[in-house]
Design a binder for this molecule. Structure first.
Ligand code: MG
Ligand code: MG
Ligand code: MG
Length: 307
């Protein structure tokens, strides 16, 4: 019997860390299946940095879950963000910190969700609930995920629990949160090797609101203008995706992780939705979003409301 554990497509550090950590937890909880930590896409540079730092192999790259007897989802529940054949799989567990949407099973399951900033914060609690000791390497991975999802605690998605858990994980993994955290986030801002097509897919989500199809992608940087040097190529790649997926709106947010602002390239027929949502004007396909760092809390809700 095979148990696959996977995070979402365009995996971020939380999705990768959560699948590796959940695999460790499952083994220690007595799951005797072949437990395979999986991923549905390439590692980003931030995650690569974290895995190298804590010296652990990446999850196995898969395209679908047809080989699995059972599947555990971490850091997502929406089928649209999961493996293409997920609707046919037997999902036995979900550990997540997103709203429940586009999710259904035919059988009962273990489902643990909390409105915290990171899936790994919930996994930490699972270790504690089951009296399982956390090994330093898994503590380091969970800490990396919390730093990533919370942008070093600066994102409005970060909760007091995330900070408390991160502090304990830093102790277990003997890590200086600020030094390591900034180095890890900065590693993720090295966008030099990506083509425009790759850039808009590093961290990209499709959301639907009121029948409209909206793609919202995000990259982290320490220099927004440096990313905008390739604006023409990025726009071309965005327009290609708008045509091929039939999108109504594409928002590509470039987030300055030091100053906590974003600029967004906005394309599609529904650009006015962005202007209304953020009370701003889109000029030259660009919108300035002061103080915006979180897609989940600061982009998706106003966009949905505006639509
Ligand atoms: Mg995620
Ligand atoms: Mg997450
Ligand atoms: Mg994220």
């Amino acid at each position: 019997m095979k148990t696959f554990i996977t995070g979402h497509k365009s995996p971020d550090t939380d999705s990768i860390a959560s699948s590796l950590v959940m695999a460790d937890l499952e083994k220690k909880l007595g799951n005797t299946n072949d437990i395979i930590a999986c991923r549905l896409g390439n590692l980003n540079k931030e995650t690569e940095y974290a895995l190298k730092h804590f010296n652990i192999e990446a999850p196995v790259l898969i395209e679908n879950v047809s080989e699995a007897d059972e599947v555990i989802l971490v850091d997502h529940n929406n089928f649209a963000e999961s493996a293409s054949d997920i609707a046919d799989a037997k999902i036995v567990k979900v550990i997540d910190h997103h709203r429940v949407s586009g999710f259904e099973t035919s059988e009962p399951l273990f489902y643990m969700a909390q409105p915290v900033g990171c899936t790994c914060t919930i996994l930490y609690e699972l270790y504690k609930m089951n009296n399982i000791e956390i090994e330093p390497v898994y503590a380091g991975l969970m800490l990396s995920a919390i730093i990533s999802d919370s942008l070093l605690f600066k994102s409005p998605t970060c909760t007091p629990k995330d900070i408390k858990v991160a502090e304990d994980l830093a102790k277990i993994s003997n890590t200086d949160i600020n030094t390591y955290g900034l180095d890890m986030l900065k590693a993720g801002t090295d966008l030099s090797s990506y083509t425009a097509e790759e850039l808009i897919n590093i961290d990209s989500k499709e959301v639907s609101a009121n029948g409209y199809k909206i793609q919202i992608a995000q990259v982290n940087t320490v220099d927004i203008d440096d990313v905008l040097k390739n604006k023409i190529d990025i726009e071309k790649a965005m327009n290609n995706l708008i045509s091929s997926k039939g999108l109504d709106l594409f928002i590509f947010a470039i987030t300055d992780i030091l100053n906590c602002n974003s600029k967004a390239i906005v394309l599609g027929d529904k650009v006015s939705v962005v202007e209304k949502a953020f009370n701003t004007t889109v000029e030259n396909n660009l919108a300035f979003l002061p103080g915006v760092v979180s897609r989940k809390k600061q982009i998706i809700p106003p966009i949905s409301e505006s639509i």
